[in-house]
Structure formats: C-alpha cells, structure tokens
Write a protein that binds this ligand. Structure first.
Ligand code: SAM
Length: 227
C-alpha cells in the first residue's frame, strides 16, 4: 500500500512510513522473515560452505532474523556456536526455527536493538545479512565500528546485501528493490558496495574484498602479517 504513495515520496523526498516493518508491525515482519527463511533454507547451506569458516568457534549474526543463516552455518561447521542478535519481537519466531532445527544448545538468542544495546563478548565471525538497507549510512557506519570492537584478533565481518554499482543505476533488480525500500522504510536505501567497504575501512578492517559482486563483502579485523 505504501507503493501508492510513491509519487508523494519522490516529490517530497520523505518516506510515507516511520521506522520499518520489523519495528512497527511484528506480525507482518514475521511473515517477511518466514518467506526469507524459506528462500534462505535453499541458499544458506551453499553460502555457509563458500564462506569457509573452518576453525571459527563463535559467530555473531547481527539482525539474524529467523536464524536461517545461523542454522545453516552451525550445520556446516560442527564446532561453531552462534548468537543471533535481533529485536525481541523477531526472536519469538527465531526461537521456533532454532528449536525445529534442534540447535538450541548451539544457538543463543540475544534480544536488543543493535544500534543501542551492547553485544556481549568477542566473536571470530560476524555476519550482517540484509540489514544495511533498513537504515541510513551514518547508522550503518557506527554499527560496523561496533562490530569491529566485538571481533577477536583475526575476526572477520561478512556483509551480505543488495549493492548498487557506483552509478547507482544497476543491477536492475536492485534498483527496483531500492524503490521498494524507499517507500517502505523511514531511512533505508540500497548502498553501493564501495560505501560499505568505506565504512569497513574507516572502522579499521583490513583485507576488504568483494566475495560476490553486488552481494557479499568481507573484511578482517587484523591479519597474521600485521600482528
Ligand atoms: C531482512 S531481515 C534479515 C534477516 C537475516 N539476517 C537474513 O538474512 O535472513 C532484517 C532483520 O534485521 C532486524 N533488525 C532491524 N533493525 C534492527 C535493530 N535496530 N536491532 C536489531 N535487529 C534489527 C529485523 O528484526 C530483521 O530480523
């Protein structure tokens, strides 16, 4: 229904909504997450393999939603334990999926607002999957810095999102998604991969690389060579 206010949004530069669906309408948010979970159940296992987390013991899934990635990653890496940090209203659904997967003993649910509340402890890997586009650049840069503080010495941050190229006009599907985000969130937008890499660089990440064009970026807190 917010799409009906597209013209007004474009003309005024103001979104018709306040906050985003996960904050304003947990029931609708749960529906969105259930769909993402169905899709992610297919793609999660191959993502987990490709990320090669051998040796990692602690994963922080920031805005981890239904726990889809945490479940896939824990299944792929038997020594891994995960913390899913998300809004308390979202974690109600996550609890069900984690229980269904039989992973309650390896996946911890941490309720909170990731822009406000503290993360506990240090992690070998942090994942931000489809989270950046719900908020503005300044807030994302601060979140990336906070994650950096909670990574162990050689820890990695993996960011998965729908990135635009530097012209902001492709890939085509992402530009359509960017319009969806513009009318359905207060401050969200799709960013370029370069913007996300800049936030990582400013936070102190090293070896920042694009693992998959327009989709996955990774950086490490430090490297063996520099320590
Ligand atoms: C599109 S979902 C992505 C879920 C999951 N990472 C995935 O890839 O399937 C965005 C998630 O971010 C969470 N989220 C949004 N703003 C948040 C905030 N300020 N603090 C904690 N979680 C937040 C939502 O509750 C939701 O689970």
């Amino acid at each position: 229904m917010n799409w009906g206010r597209l013209e007004e949004t474009v003309r005024t530069g103001r979104s018709p909504v306040q906050q985003h669906v996960f904050e304003t309408d947990p029931e609708m948010g749960a529906n969105v997450l259930a769909v993402l979970h169905r899709i992610g159940r297919e793609s999660g296992p191959s993502l987990a393999k490709r990320m090669d987390l051998k040796g990692a013991k602690r994963l922080l899934d920031v805005g981890g939603g239904a726990g889809t990635n945490a479940i896939a990653f824990c299944r792929e890496y038997p020594d891994l334990r995960a913390t899913v940090f998300d809004l308390p209203q979202t974690l109600t659904l996550t609890k069900t999926f984690v229980k269904e997967a039989g992973l309650e003993n390896r996946i911890t649910l941490a309720p909170g607002n990731f822009n406000v509340d503290a993360f506990d402890g240090l992690y070998d890997v942090a994942l931000m999957s489809d989270v950046l586009h719900y908020q503005n650049g300044e807030t994302n840069a601060a979140l990336v810095r906070k994650i950096h503080d909670h990574l162990a010495g050689e820890g990695r941050l993996i960011i998965k999102d729908r990135f635009l190229d530097n012209s902001g006009t492709s890939p085509a599907w992402t530009t359509a998604f960017a319009v969806h985000i513009m009318v359905n969130t207060e401050k969200g937008q799709c960013f370029t991969g370069q913007e996300a890499m800049d936030w990582m660089k400013q936070a102190g990440f090293q070896s920042i690389t694009e693992l998959e064009p327009y989709a996955i970026i990774q950086g490490t807190k430090g490297s063996k060579e520099t320590r």
